[in-house]
Design a protein around this ligand. Sequence first.
Ligand SMILES: [Ca+2]
Length: 293
Amino acid sequence: MFHICGTEFIVSKILDLTTGCPIADYVSFDGVGYKDYHSLMTYNEARERCAVDGGLLAMPKDSATNTFLSGLRNDRRWLGFTDVISENQWMLEDGRTLTSSVYSNWGPSEPDGGVIENCASYPGTQYGSVWIDIECSREIGFICQAAQCPSLAAPTNGNVTSVSLYMYLDEVRFSCDVGYVMSGSSTVTCQADGTWTGDAPTCVVNGTWTQWGRWSGCDSQCGFGTKTRSRVCMTCLPELYGSCPGQVQETVLCYDTSRCYDGGADGANFKKNFTLLLQYTSHEWDSCQRNTE
Ligand SMILES: [Ca+2]
């Protein structure tokens, strides 16, 4: 955290050309990430910009959060509630009604704009943290809120990239110590609902394949079937799971006539039956004929 331009922000590399101050990235308060946007937009444009972040226009639902948000910057900014659908029925961006929220902080005589003013905002200047209604088509700054993903620990025998807080589309990268290989994805991404796209990987001992074992018998003794062979991923440390690239088992097609009985024991009628089979398959007759004669 740095103290910049009168407010504590986590420093971003982006500079706001209008003020010369670094634009704050998302900052965390009470488990929610907030970002104070300097760009001037209408209410709907601001709402869409927050959606790009996987978030909503900020909705202060208690005094502490309202004080925090209004303190981010002393200027006009949109808040996430509007009565555009039904006059004086203020709806929060999360679908709840403002009356169901235990907290509100309208300024004196506010909201006072009737059907002309349907969007809530901080007024900036000397009015501090109170809310006022203004025309939704005005172009002012805005504050977005978005869910945070929980922090992720490094896997045993590995490492994880780390930042202060994890917001929508933030990516975390994992790596494993020398001698270990990763089992699972090397990256996960924070989703809009505050969950990661997957679990952290594990770092396992790098293993080496044994030679393939013997093929199993064909699982059909009259016609086409499959047979398999297996191998084992060995490690020098038997108490740890190893990881080797590739498959532990291999399965291929096989063909066996050893038990083609049709009232007899020698497979004499197999050719006749197999000829019928071929009429319904695309196998090349010549090669099959050789196989069965
Ligand atoms: Ca209104």
